[in-house]
Design a protein around this ligand. Structure first.
Ligand code: IPM
Ligand code: MG
Length: 380
């Protein structure tokens, strides 16, 4: 393999991406649109089952907007592992074209193949969608009031080891090299979003998480750029932590309550947000916003659980993660009251009242029963 040519191509791609980012982009103003198009992507595994339930809830809450022509729902099929593997692409072209026509997306989990699977080892559909739609901010809130936890993670979503995760190079049989990319404009935009959020929500502290003592070039840049953005927000206290001790401090009862807004490069953000979600009941309960300037995608943070489908249990899968993602979507497109209503219903149905429990098996409620329960609460 001519790895010098491979390096050159990678570097040119990234330099072109930087130029595009430098031009800057205005965020879409949903209120100025005649109609907001919401795409619902079932994905695969338990995805179609749980996303259908979340879709029911959203369609109920937006029924009058749909009737008035202000909102349109579109179902986007075909983002399944079978189709993706068949065409050897992370997202089939026709599916991507439909996705790009939507302003916001609610997405079920999609199977990410790995070496040795029965599927072709195509790039993750999640990662491809984040890159294709430039969904640079992965915002993941975790709230557990009784433990004093109210964290909002701003995970950079297009760079770090994910940017070129499927473009590593096998130099010889014994040597494999992957590439980690951190850019100045890429870091600046996630940092600005996090600090703006902190300011708008009267948060006192923003925490930057890296391993800049070891990974000196890329994490060093991430930390420097975040600190320089912080200068525009003098009222906000800034601290920086290394990812190893950060994972420990999240479980330190005396310290964890002090963290409010956290900014992280992609991979550390991936790992730390799974740990954080565990405090509020696990990844099955957490929703996640993937924000870009022209598109946004809302999804669960868990996987597609193909085993549940193999065992015929998908009707028992818990849809609360995608329903929560739906509430985040409502808030993002300006329907804050409806979003709050849904967040309260989720709290009632999963914590305070909990009239039924979804266990993932036939001893628990079905996803449809759970969605009915949510609908009963939001219609009150
Ligand atoms: C997440 C997931 C994804 C990621 C996978 C499914 C590609 O773990 O959203 O956190 O690694 O980002
Ligand atoms: Mg993850």
């Amino acid at each position: 393999m001519n790895y010098i040519a491979a390096y050159e191509e990678i570097i040119n791609q990234q330099l072109a991406r930087i130029e595009k980012m430098k031009k800057g982009q205005e965020f879409i103003d949903y209120r100025s649109l005649d109609k907001i198009i919401i795409g619902i992507i079932g994905g695969d595994g338990i995805g179609p089952a749980i996303t259908a339930q979340a879709g029911r809830v959203l369609k109920y809450l937006l029924a009058s907007e749909v009737k008035a022509g202000k909102v349109e729902f579109r179902t986007i099929d075909g983002c399944t592992i079978e189709n993706r593997a068949a065409v050897g692409k992370a997202i089939p072209d026709d599916v991507l074209t439909e996705i790009k026509k939507c302003h916001v997306l609610l997405k079920g989990p999609t199977t990410t193949p790995r070496k040795g699977d029965k599927w072709a080892n195509v790039e993750s559909a999640n990662v491809a969608m984040r890159k294709e739609l430039d969904l640079f901010a992965n915002v993941r809130p975790v709230k557990v009031p009784k433990l004093g936890i109210d964290w909002t993670f701003f995970r950079e979503n297009t760079e770090c080891l994910y940017a070129l995760g499927s473009q590593g190079v096998h130099i010889t049989e014994d040597l494999a090299i992957d590439f980690r990319v951190i850019t100045t404009p890429g870091t600046k935009r996630i940092a600005q979003l996090a600090f703006d959020f902190a300011r708008r929500n009267a948060k006192k502290r923003v925490t930057i998480v890296t391993k800049a003592n070891i990974v000196k070039a890329t994490d060093g840049k991430f930390l420097d750029v975040c600190k320089s953005v912080a200068k525009d927000y003098p009222e906000i206290e800034v601290d920086d932590w290394y990812i190893d001790i950060m994972t420990a401090k999240l479980i330190d009862q005396k310290r964890r309550g002090q963290f409010e807004v956290l900014i992280l490069p992609n991979l550390y953000g991936d790992i730390l947000t799974d740990e954080a979600a565990e405090f509020q009941g696990g990844v099955g309960t957490a929703g996640s916003a993937n924000l870009g300037s022209h598109h946004s995608m809302f999804e669960a943070i868990h996987g597609s659980a193909p085993r549940m489908v193999d065992e015929g249990r998908e009707i028992y899968a818990d849809p609360s993660s995608v329903i929560r993602a739906g509430a985040m979507l409502l808030s993002h497109i300006g329907y804050q009251k409806k979003a709050d209503h849904l967040f309260v219903a989720l709290e009632t149905c999963t914590v305070t009242e909990k009239k039924l429990v979804v266990t993932g098996r036939s001893d628990g409620a079905t996803g449809a029963d759970f969605a009915d329960y949510i609908l009963e609460k939001v219609s009150m």
